[in-house]
Every structure is written in structure tokens, then in C-alpha cells.
Design a protein around this ligand. Sequence first.
Ligand code: NAP
Length: 391
Amino acid sequence: MKALVIGGSNGIGLAIANHLIGRGYHAVILDRAEPQSGALPEGQFTYHPFDLMFPDEELICGCAEDPDINLLMITAGFGRVADFEYIHPAEIRNMMTVNATATLQILRVFYDRILGKERFFCGVMGSIAGLMSSPCMAVYAASKAAVCRFIESVNIELELHGSPNRILNVSPASFKGSRFYGGQNRPELLAGLAGDITEHLLSADPLFIPQYDETYRAVLERYHQDPHEYGLHSAQYKKDSGRLDNHRRVIIGFLSGTFDLFHVGHLNLLRRARKQCDYLIVGVHDSGAWKGKETFIPFEERKQMIASCRYVDKVVDACVEDSDAWDLWHYDRLFVGSDYKGTERFNRYEEYFRDKGVEIIYFPYTQSTSSTYIRKTIQMKTGDISSDKQK
Ligand SMILES: NC(=O)c1ccc[n+]([C@@H]2O[C@H](COP(=O)([O-])OP(=O)(O)OC[C@H]3O[C@@H](n4cnc5c(N)ncnc54)[C@H](OP(=O)(O)O)[C@@H]3O)[C@@H](O)[C@H]2O)c1
């Protein structure tokens, strides 16, 4: 028997995985990073790298087709307490994608299993913020509201289809022992909650609000009686709690290149860069402006090709120097092929960025054999000598 826990490397996902292993399950963990060594018993879990921003459809479809997996729990998600003006558009996109869109898409892949007559246990971490207004967490509340309303709606469809299965919406208020608010994993603090969630999951319940009778029934009633008054109180409570994090949180990445004869080496570079930042700006060099070399593909076409890549958020005309581009885009990370490490140019950049908090990240860069072949063929035909290295 296998249980799939998406987000199971940390926090409540890790605690649920641990609990399920204790009940005889083999846990299949999908998350951005592996669980810390020793966090789960060796040999009783399998880990696959997985990013909800760029879901690996093949992996998810494979899990949905695995008859041994009869439980899916999605706990991956993030949010923070900040006024809306401090949330970058990229953070809105990422939060809505991870907490809502990708979550619903995964549930869709598993829906044949959930809709079937056989038992399939399924749950998602919502939040109490998805059941009422949550000032200073407006985008997070919007993403969780989407999940809560979706589950409430689709559970009716499941009932009408005669399925014995339901999707469990777990909607707690703030809890301790996870990394959500920047803390450390403290599984011992989450063992009880993980056990309660599993009980509701295995009972095919549609909704679980921890401490409902003791606290949250009254809180929700107060909200429904006067949402405006409740909202004002909630905003003040968050400000007083010291959790307000009014800083920019996104990491803006930048790289530049000519991207002539676009090939898989370029693509790998863009993919790796995007995975290390939240918003990737790519500067494309006009051949004339950079080293004065002619390119095979016209400037505007190269820009269009880069703009159509899903790892790229914004394409701009590159400055001659990447340090000048920093004045325009204030990026946090500059990505470049590792063969530029130690060059005069990048030594100069290292010095320039020393007091600006910019990190230069060097990647191994590989040209594709096909692009080398095409280049040589064109060179033979035209006698032209040009370089399509990233720079
Ligand atoms: N903690 C609370 O007070 C609270 C209250 C109500 C609801 N919730 C919900 O409970 C769920 C779990 O939270 P938690 O407190 O256990 O937080 P956590 O310790 O931060 O665990 C969340 C996990 O999700 C992963 N994740 C984030 N973005 C991802 C992505 N793009 N792709 C794949 N995995 C990703 C995280 O990986 P990284 O570490 O690499 O980011 C982490 O392993 C979340 O959905 C949260 O909204 C939490």
C-alpha cells in the first residue's frame, strides 16, 4: 500500500507521511527538496523531485496509474503575512499556481480514481483563511478560497455520481512545527494533528477544521455575522502579532545572451536559472551592440523565441554590460555559463556587485550537437565565422 504526499518533505506533509508509514504505508514523497536525512525511516519512503510551478505530468500520471497508491495528500503550499502592496506580481502568480491551479490540475489527473467505485483517499491542505477574509494575507486567502470552494463543489459531484470517495479539505488556523513562517520542522509538535488529519482522510470526510468545537465555530460565526468588523479585528491582530513581513520576497534573476540558433544548451540554461529565482528577466543582445558579430537569426526573432519559453518572464534588450542592466532591473541573481568564471569581465562584476547583494551563479553550459552541426553547415555555405555561445 502506497500513499502519495505532495509537499511531504517538510511541515505537516512530513508529519502525515511519518504517520502513514507508522500505519503500514510506503510513502511516496514529491517535493522540491528531499526530506532531511533521518526525518523518515529508511526504506519506507521514495522521494521524487517535483515543483508545482513546473509539474512533471508524466510523473503525476504514472502515480495516478499506480494501483498500489490509494491515498493522495497535497500539503505543498506557501504564503506570508504582508500588505498587498508588498506582493510582487510574480509572487501572486506563484502563490495562485502552487496553492490553487497546480493543485486542482493534479486532482484532475487523479479524478478517475477519486470518481471510481473503489476506495481512494484524498485530501488537500486548505486554510481557515480560505473560509473567511484574511487582510494582510489577501492573495494567500484568495488561493486557499479557490481550493476550499473547489472541494466543496466537487464533493457534491462525487456524491451525485455515487462515489464512496470525497476530497478532504483540511482548513486549520495557524499551527506550529512547520517551516511555513520561516521556522524549523518540529515533527513532535505535529504528530497529533497528522494523526487527526489521517483519521478524517480514511473516513472520507469532506471537511476538517482543527479545534472547530473549541474555537473556530465561534470565530466563523463572528465572521459571518459582521465580516467588516471581523476583517478590521483580523488585520489588527496580525499587525500586533509581529508577523507582518512587508518586504519584497521574490528573487529576480537575470541573464543575457545572443541566443543565436536557439538550442537545448540555451534551454537548459534558462530552465536551471528559472528554478533558482521567482522571476527571470532575459536580456537579448543585438549582434551589433555586442562584440559587433553578425548572428544567423535576426534580433527581433531571437527575442520572440526567448519570450515564448515558459521559463522566461520578461525579455528585454540587453545592455552591453550586465552591470548596467542591474541599474534598470535591480535583479538579485545573475546567471552565466561557468566558462565565464574568472574572466576579466566577471571578476569586474564580482567586484561591482559585492555591496549590492547580487549573487553571480555560474552554470555548466553545453552546446547541443545539432546546433554545432547547423552552425558548421551554415558556415561552410556562407564562409561566415560566428559564435552562438551564450554570450
Ligand atoms: N503552518 C500554518 O500555520 C498553516 C495554517 C493553515 C494552512 N497551512 C497550509 O498547510 C500546508 C503545509 O504547510 P506547512 O505549515 O507544513 O509548511 P511547510 O513546512 O513550509 O511545508 C510546505 C511544503 O510545501 C513545499 N512547497 C512549496 N512550494 C512548492 C512547490 N512549488 N513545489 C513543490 N513543493 C512546494 C515546501 O517546499 P520548500 O521548503 O522547498 O518551499 C515544503 O516542503 C500549506 O498548504 C499551508 O498553506 C499552514
